[in-house]
Design a protein. Structure first.
Length: 291
């Protein structure tokens, strides 16, 4: 890990002719004893950090002290939180000094063995089964690239759940498909009749609006700072790619397109390619919005 800090300090912060002196310090925050896979990670540092990371991904800064990141649902080994702070930029006669820390936290991972079998109608399964594997693989790669990162700065809008309705399937709940394959639910399913208006959970730019095999009609919004939201199984799409949307603006109508048992909204939040609990995101934003 020291090698990583050394490279980070010498390449990212200083000219090539400067070699930084790394001083390993105690983490400037109180690490939790354990986190759950899929969790949003909120860190309140006791001092401003120049860079902070979760498993190598640079965390998103909400302010000087608060940083956000996430851990994958499938992350079944200790999570590393690390960071660096320049304490002396040096001179021609002295080396720059960088304080660095790294801490590992145990991760509790849900069990797929407890997966509930989805009751997908035969007419729906025929449209989304393994006969469409090649197309699904293409679409997964398209989405992976879209959600990997964001070049936009974080948009500090106050996120809200798109619907005030019953949660019919929780985030990270284990599921089993008719073909026997199991997976973790990567979003939150909210009860919604076909035709229910679906608003954006936060301000951002539409980066995808179209149809895919499993998601059905889907809209993806880039909120900056590596955060994205997805709205799946829509009956209609109300926005276009490159549209700038406000929190609460309609992006589509609820429906039952794609791989579904019945009409509902699948709402998903992604941080730099990592799916995280949408309700924890809205809770994190509420702290900043005074709610």
């Amino acid at each position: 890990m020291l090698v990583v800090f050394w490279a980070l300090a010498t390449v990212s912060f200083f000219p090539s002719y400067k070699i930084a002196r790394i001083e390993v310090v105690t983490p400037p925050f109180s690490p939790p004893e354990q986190i759950t896979a899929g969790d949003l990670i909120e860190i309140d540092f006791t001092q401003p950090m120049d860079k902070a990371f979760v498993n190598g991904r640079e965390m998103t800064s909400l302010n000087e002290l608060r940083h956000l990141g996430a851990v994958s649902i499938y992350h079944d080994f200790p999570t590393e939180i690390s960071g660096v702070k320049i304490v002396d930029s040096g001179s021609w006669l002295s080396h720059p000094v960088v304080h660095a820390f790294s801490v590992f936290i145990d991760v509790q991972t849900p069990k797929l063995e407890q997966a509930a079998k989805l009751r997908i109608p035969a007419s729906v399964w025929e449209k989304v089964n393994d006969d469409h594997a090649e197309q699904k693989a293409i679409e997964r790669e398209t989405m992976r690239r879209l959600l990997a990162n964001s070049n936009r700065p974080l948009i500090p809008s106050c996120w809200q759940p798109p619907l005030d309705s019953k949660v019919v399937s929780k985030f990270a709940s284990p599921r089993s498909l008719p073909n026997g394959k199991s997976y973790f639910h990567t979003g939150l399913d909210l009860r919604a009749a076909t035709g229910t208006p679906i608003p954006a959970s936060g301000e951002g730019e539409v980066i995808y609006a179209g149809h895919m095999v499993v998601p059905g009609n889907v809209v993806v919004i880039d909120h900056g700072g590596g955060f994205f939201s997805r709205y799946m199984h829509l009956s209609e799409i109300s926005v276009n790619v490159t549209d700038q949307v406000k929190q609460g603006q309609q992006v589509g109508l609820a429906g039952a397109t794609g791989r579904v048992e019945a009409p509902h909204l699948h709402w998903e939040v992604v941080w730099k390619g990592v799916k995280t609990d949408p309700l924890k995101i809205t809770k994190a934003w509420s702290h900043l919005c005074g709610k």
